[in-house]
Design a binder for this molecule. Structure first.
Ligand code: ATP
Ligand code: MG
Length: 183
């Protein structure tokens, strides 16, 4: 299972549709301050189901929508899609019969977020679970933000355990237990 393409439309500074092709091996993103490098990582986290505005460096969820610039007016929606190459068939159950998995998240002003997996409407939870079961996702320790290393060092034991559980790929089980207890 491997990310092969990220597409952003109206997401933060990426007003026009922009593709980031992710090839085998190492991909580097370089550019001057403020050109949108961190926005790319936020887009990845967002399409995987991130729902905390603070993680997106915004005040509200709609802050990810292109807010306008001197020569461009604001957009009404933001959309990010991620293409996952699954020829190794390592995707979690329910997705492991597909060669390629396309996940799309769109947020529309005053409407909210909608998700699609391979063209079908799904819930945020389905997308979050897909990545939790694959030991990756919006809260994955594989996505390291600036300042996060010192956060880990200074974290309280309980929070540090959460990060380790995410790394061990068992956080999806906790979510399911929590939901089972609510029923
Ligand atoms: P650095 O090298 O300083 O870390 P960077 O390449 O990571 O920079 P980002 O932080 O990804 O840059 O991009 C910041 C830019 O994104 C700023 O110019 C900011 O105005 C723009 N931006 C953020 N949110 C929006 C939005 N909703 N609409 C339009 N532009 C936005
Ligand atoms: Mg940055």
């Amino acid at each position: 299972m491997r990310f092969s393409k990220l597409r952003l439309t109206g997401f933060k500074s990426f007003v026009d549709p922009t593709d980031l092709v992710i090839s085998d091996g190492l991909t580097g993103v370089v550019g001057p301050n403020g050109c949108g490098k961190s926005n790319l990582l936020e887009a990845l986290r967002w399409v995987m189901g991130e729902n905390r505005p603070t993680a997106m460096r915004g005040g509200g969820m709609e802050d990810v929508i292109f807010a306008g610039a001197a020569t461009r007016s604001a957009r009404n929606f933001a959309e990010v899609s991620i293409q996952i190459e699954n020829s190794d068939r390592l995707a979690p159950a329910g997705f492991n019969d597909q060669d390629q998995i396309d996940i799309v998240r769109r947020i529309t002003r005053d409407v909210g977020s909608a998700y699609k997996v391979n063209g079908k409407d799904v819930r945020a939870r389905d997308v979050q679970m897909l990545f939790a079961d694959a030991s990756t996702g919006a809260h994955s320790p594989a996505l390291v933000r600036q300042g996060q290393i010192s956060e880990l060092i200074n974290a309280k034991p309980k929070n540090r355990r959460r990060i380790l559980e995410e790394a061990a790929g068992i956080s999806g089980l906790y979510q399911r237990r929590h939901e089972a207890e609510l029923k």
